[in-house]
Design a protein around this ligand. Structure first.
Ligand SMILES: [Zn+2]
Length: 173
């Protein structure tokens, strides 16, 4: 397996050749190197992502790519507007076609199919950016926002007057 290391430039492959030769590529990218479409949804662009790309033939012998990626993104909570750490893992199979007609036919038969027309050069980084954008929630929210958690913690504390009253009660009994 070839490790690309940190890259901010396009990561170009010949997708058909990559799939035909069952190649593998894995590497890391700084979140800050992702393009503006991704940055627009982030509260901060710290951190890095790891990706793996595998070339293979699917059960219908179609040349395909499998892209897995793992990243912890810093999003903005849409309820309290504080930072929200959002772990994102995606695992996508992209089926390659050389003819637009065949691609359209295949997509009609299988509406879940993720298909692209194979150009001589494919930018893996753009593929990664597309996957992230598709994997992001439309309105990210904390399960429990910090201000709510604080309010809950206060409510959970026993009221000191109630404790006192209970003590007095138990003495008189
Ligand atoms: Zn929140």
């Amino acid at each position: 397996m070839y490790h690309a290391g940190f890259m901010s430039n396009p990561i170009l492959i010949d997708p058909l050749k990559f799939a035909r030769e069952a190649r593998q590529l894995s590497g890391k990218l700084l979140v800050s190197s992702l393009d503006g479409r991704v940055q627009a949804d982030l509260a901060s662009s710290g951190g890095e992502l790891e990706y793996t790309l595998l070339g293979f033939r699917d059960e219908l012998h179609r040349l395909s790519l499998r892209l897995t990626l793992s990243v912890a993104l810093e999003l903005r909570c849409q309820r309290c507007l504080e930072t929200l750490s959002y772990p994102l893992r995606t695992d996508a199979v992209i089926t390659l076609f050389t003819q637009q007609e065949k691609l359209e036919q295949a997509c009609e038969l299988d509406e879940d199919l993720d298909a692209i027309l194979a150009e001589p050069e494919l930018d893996v980084k753009a593929l990664i950016e597309d996957e992230i954008i598709m994997g992001l929630p439309l309105a990210p929210k904390h399960d429990v926002c910090a201000n709510e958690a604080l309010a809950l913690a206060k409510a959970d504390k026993p009221n000191p007057f109630a404790v006192l009253a209970a003590l007095k009660k138990s003495k008189t009994e």
